[in-house]
Design a protein around this ligand. Structure first.
Ligand SMILES: Nc1ncnc2c1ncn2[C@@H]1O[C@H](COP(=O)(O)OP(=O)(O)OP(=O)(O)O)[C@@H](O)[C@H]1O
Ligand SMILES: [Mg+2]
Length: 237
């Protein structure tokens, strides 16, 4: 069996006395969409942030395309193919759409940056229309697209999305789901953290259920969506 694109083994994350992740192992294949499902405080964001080195990792291994990255600084992890659209979007409100996008590009070549911006704009035409607008004046859905677009400027192999649909109208949620399917078709894998389990399980190939920092279930997204425990705890059925 070939090794997965992203392999996380026995990851531990602690904030002082709080153990946010305990022995978490997750794999993501090429062109795969994997969902992380769990309630508030389950550890979804801690996992994504730990993959980028944004929170202290207390143990475990992270390999991207067979190469260990857990000791690398954040910038080098991004350069090696991981990018994050963070929880709460975190766009820079006083910068334009275009300036926000450019911040996601780690390369130094202006021509390549322009070309990449064009590609991202072709995926999100609404960003192109608003390229000179200050990000703080965008709608919530547009800010979310900008946060995803900024992550894509780094040309990731693995796009990590932290709560991309939080607070957005159903129509925009559907748009984001469609976009996740589209970006997968371009060869990018997606790791999706969502409290909206219904949406996450509808776009994902596989999923992991996190509870109090531990993986309590994992499997095919369809199987999990049909599982009585998942239906009761996360789908409100
Ligand atoms: N910087 C921090 N310092 C201390 N504790 C933290 C910190 N960040 C997160 N935690 C704790 O770690 C646990 C996991 O939090 P995390 O944000 O990863 O959960 P989550 O699944 O993303 O939740 P949500 O769905 O609300 O975003 C929680 O108990 C949280 O209080
Ligand atoms: Mg979170």
């Amino acid at each position: 069996m070939t090794s997965p694109l992203l392999q996380v083994e026995n990851l531990d994350v602690r904030y002082g006395e709080t153990r946010a992740l305990v022995d978490v192992s997750v794999a993501l294949g090429a062109r795969e969409v994997v969902a992380l499902v769990g309630a508030n405080g389950a550890g979804k964001s801690s996992l994504l942030n730990a993959l980028l080195g944004l929170v202290p990792q207390a143990g475990g291994a992270i390999a991207l395309a067979g190469k260990r990255i857990e000791t690398l600084p954040t910038r080098e992890r991004i350069a090696s193919g991981l990018a994050l659209s963070p929880e709460g979007r975190r766009v820079f409100p006083d910068l334009s759409v275009e300036e926000n996008l450019d911040l996601g590009d780690l390369g130094g070549d202006p021509a390549a940056r322009r070309e990449r911006r064009e590609t991202v704009n072709s995926w999100f035409p609404r960003l192109r229309e608003r390229r000179q607008q200050l990000a703080g004046t965008l709608s919530g859905g547009e800010q979310q697209m900008l946060a995803i677009g900024r992550a894509l400027m780094a040309r990731p192999r693995v796009l990590m999305l932290d709560e991309p649909t939080l607070g957005l109208a159903p129509l925009i949620v559907q748009e984001i789901a469609a976009f996740i399917r589209h970006i997968r078709s371009t060869g990018v894998s997606v790791l999706l953290a969502e409290q909206n389990a219904e949406m996450a399980l509808s776009v994902a190939d596989r999923a992991y259920v996190l509870q109090n920092g531990e993986v309590v279930m994992h499997g095919g997204a369809r199987e999990l969506a049909a599982h009585p425990d998942v239906r009761a705890a996360y789908l409100g059925l």
